[in-house]
Design a protein around this ligand. Structure first.
Ligand code: GTP
Length: 345
């Protein structure tokens, strides 16, 4: 079975991290993010994934290659961003979509383990033209809200609209579509939004919701990236990560942390060093990060190759871009964003 993975967005909300590493291969608990998603797809029978990419596509290709655990990985590269539906049209035009059978489409920024097989089954049982996976969230503001009828048919598709929502069920970014949806509703040659153009058009014409209550999170903001990290570390989100220590932290190979206090809920990537007397708490260090002595990094993300010198402090919510440096005794205040290569005195 084939799946199209939409992974060409710029990931602006995750800047400065995405200025150097595109979201699909951003380390999440030390693993390129998309590998979690590809493994989930494989568990549901997908053996061929077409990755629709644009922004920093070479970096994604370089990390993921042509194959993962027997799953074929193919690449569709957009010269201009084609939005969340345009890539399907391009894939069809280039003969990359199967001619028959339903098309599985996933947003490439969700961590989930819901029962995709059941969604496919429901799609067939109802004879739908499109079936959208729906999850329940507390705050619907940044999602597409999708009320459904008792039959499962979608009543309305309300993309990121202000005001009170009629339901807390939102678009979880996984769709099963009939080939006719691509052929009839997605024009060629321009960016098309599946949420704003295709789904509203399909309401009343065979668009159904598939409700699930399993784990689901989209990692598109720093807050949710951290939440997903903590969920993986505690095992609240299932994964095949290496075992965590007694503080629910994960320290990868070839990192030196003797004399430092790491944890709880922290990730230390490969080839990092954290000096004695330093504290890393509820924080994420990507690979090759160096933290000096008596420094503290709390509830922050530090990208690859960055340095935090002796006695410096990185406060909650801060993000330090790749290769940036924080001078000895320097303070990166709560919520600050330090760009790649920048120097904080
Ligand atoms: P923000 O800039 O932070 O909103 O992130 P984003 O660019 O990833 O946008 P968003 O989270 O809304 O996108 C949802 C999914 O669609 C992500 O997996 C994106 O990679 C993907 N996506 C968004 N726009 C495009 C596009 O033009 N082409 C492709 N192939 N994928 C896209």
């Amino acid at each position: 079975m084939e799946a199209v993975v939409l992974a060409g967005g710029e990931g602006t909300r995750l800047r400065p991290l995405t200025l150097t590493t595109p979201k699909p291969v951003m380390p999440l608990a030390g693993r390129p993010f998309l590998t979690f998603m590809l493994d989930w797809l494989a568990r549901h029978g997908v053996d061929d994934a077409l990755l629709a990419l644009g922004y920093k596509s070479e970096a994604v290709h370089a990390v993921l290659g042509e194959e993962r655990h027997g799953m074929r990985l193919r690449y569709l590269i957009e010269e201009e961003p084609l939005g969340t539906a345009g890539p399907l049209r391009l894939a069809a035009d280039e003969g990359l979509l199967a001619e028959s059978g339903p098309i599985l489409v996933v947003n490439g920024d969700c961590l989930t383990d819901f029962d995709l097989t059941a969604q496919l089954r429901q799609h067939e049982a109802t004879g739908a033209r499109g079936t959208i996976a729906l999850t329940a969230v507390d705050d619907t503001a940044s999602y597409g809200v999708v009320p459904t009828r008792e039959s499962g048919e979608v009543e309305e598709f309300l993309e990121k609209q202000p005001g009170p929502a009629p339901t807390n069920r939102i678009n979880a970014g996984t769709y099963v579509l009939d080939r006719s949806v691509v052929d009839d509703l997605i024009p060629s040659g321009r960016a098309v939004s599946i949420e704003r153009e295709v789904f509203p058009e399909l309401v009343g014409g065979g668009l159904y919701g598939y409700k699930f209550d399993a784990y689901w999170i989209d990692i598109g903001t720093p807050e949710r990236y951290m939440e997903a990290t903590f969920d993986l570390l505690t095992g609240h989100a299932q994964s095949e990560l290496p075992p965590r220590d007694e503080t629910d932290s994960l320290i990868y190979d070839a990192s030196i942390t003797g004399g430092a206090r790491i944890g709880p809920l922290s990730v230390v990537g490969r080839h990092c060093s954290v000096g004695s007397g330093s504290v890393v708490e509820r924080a994420v260090l990507h690979d090759d990060v160096r933290v000096g002595r008596d420094a503290s990094v709390v509830e922050a993300i530090i990208a690859e190759g960055a340095r935090v010198e002796d006695e410096a402090r990185v406060e909650p919510g801060a993000i330090i871009g790749a290769g940036a440096t924080v001078a000895a005794g320097g303070v990166v205040e709560s919520g600050a964003r330090i760009g790649p290569g920048e120097h904080v005195g």
